[in-house]
Design a protein around this ligand. Structure first.
Ligand code: PLP
Length: 383
């Protein structure tokens, strides 16, 4: 019986050092986090602009809850699509400059929806090997055939594109979530165009952070399908897909993860609308964040820490084995600092890492605290 083999599976995972446990947080996602282990200085949230606990978002959410209540009550196509959702879609479309935008309840569902709704049997789906799990799962669930190219390797992608005759969709993270590097747009975009392949960019970690006013790692009008989430830099929850009217109408009609699920609460849509205004106008958040990134990289390089080549708020330290990554993460806890170890299967074997994320909510002193702890730990552990 399936349920009888679960204990053995869990024990095996534990033996491999791959067992995960959830920490219980009892306050907002601020750098100083209230947890069941006490107060910890956190460098692992994706709240890159420090908006997740912004009082203006909280006020918008509570006001909207008084008007709309809490639950959306139904899917968008039944009775769950409110004026708040409509306004957010229109604001996002105006912001990124595309004809239309469609909201999804999560980024995971947006990616499943796009890949399954757009591809047919015989279509080829080409993906970067380090794409987010939701893009891979979307391809697996779709009728298309999945091939993966080596990370950011445009020569490899070109070789896979050369023999194709049918329709092809290329999907890539805009900013790679575990590495922090950007998609190689300068070659990726012309390559997709030259082979008449449809390019989809998942900018979960770029939107709000990179580009003019935080429009993302790429101008959304440069790619036929642009997707980003609202749960990271935007500080709320949910996701959107931006593109042509035909793209959005097709998703409304065909994307099962859109049709068969309850709409996100309207109050969240109103909070996201307020967040969008803030992130577009408060440039100081990005300025401060990028100052912290420069400072962290400069000091970490001097300390000989194993930085990766990332210019974004995702600043991993590459440690190799899952044991090493866990040991560093545990050692940081002794300094009351929370950074999660990212281990296989989230990243390839032998590339376990500490995934440090910086936020506009961090102070320089907090980043100094992290650097001091890392420097001490690196003297005790061999990299
Ligand atoms: C977080 C993330 C998602 C999933 O978004 P959720 O809204 O959290 O479901 C999709 N793609 C990438 C690259 C992500 O980092």
């Amino acid at each position: 019986m399936i349920v009888n083999r679960l204990a053995a599976g869990l024990a095996q995972q534990q033996a491999l050092g791959l067992y995960r446990r959830r920490r219980i947080v009892s306050g907002p996602q601020t750098p100083v986090l209230q947890t069941d282990d006490g107060e910890l200085l956190s460098f692992c949230s994706n709240d890159y602009l420090g908006l997740a606990a912004d009082p203006r978002l909280v006020a918008a959410l509570t006001q909207a809850a008084r008007r709309y209540g809490v639950g959306a009550g139904a899917a968008h196509l039944i009775s769950g699509h409110t004026a708040a959702h409509q306004a957010l879609e229109e604001a996002l479309a105006a912001f990124v400059g595309t004809e239309r935008v469609l909201l999804f309840s999560t980024g995971y569902m947006a990616n499943l929806g796009v890949l399954t709704a757009l591809t047919r049997a015989g279509d080829l789906i080409l993906q970067d090997r380090l794409n987010h799990a939701s893009l891979l799962d979307g391809a697996r669930l779709s009728a298309g055939r999945l091939r993966r190219y080596r990370h950011a390797d445009m020569d490899h992608l070109q070789r896979l594109l050369a023999p194709i005759t049918g329709a092809c969709l290329i999907a890539s993270d805009g900013v790679f979530s575990m590495d922090g590097d950007c998609a190689p747009y300068a070659r990726l975009i012309p390559l997709a165009r030259a082979h008449q392949a449809t390019l989809m960019i998942d900018d979960a970690h770029g939107f709000g952070v990179l580009g003019t006013q935080g429009r993302g790692s790429i101008d959304a009008t440069q790619v036929p399908i642009y997707m980003a989430t609202l749960g990271k830099a935007v500080g709320v929850a949910g996701a959107f897909v931006a593109g042509s009217a035909d793209l959005i109408e097709t998703l409304i009609q065909q994307a099962r993860s859109y049709v068969y699920t309850t709409a996100m609460p309207a109050a969240l849509a109103e909070a996201a609308c307020v967040s969008l205004d803030i992130l577009a106008t408060e440039d100081w958040r990005r300025t401060h964040l990028f100052e912290l990134i420069r400072f962290f990289r400069h000091e970490a390089r001097l300390a000989g820490l194993p930085l990766m080549s990332s210019e974004t708020p995702v600043q991993p330290l590459l440690l190799g084995s899952a044991d090493q990554a866990s040991a560093w993460s545990q050692a940081l806890l002794q300094y009351r600092i929370l950074v999660s170890a990212i281990r296989p299967p989230t990243v390839p074997q032998g590339s376990a890492r500490l995934r440090i994320t910086l936020s506009a909510a961090h102070t320089k002193a907090q980043v100094e605290q992290l650097l001091t702890a890392l420097t001490h730990i690196s003297r005790q552990h061999h990299v």
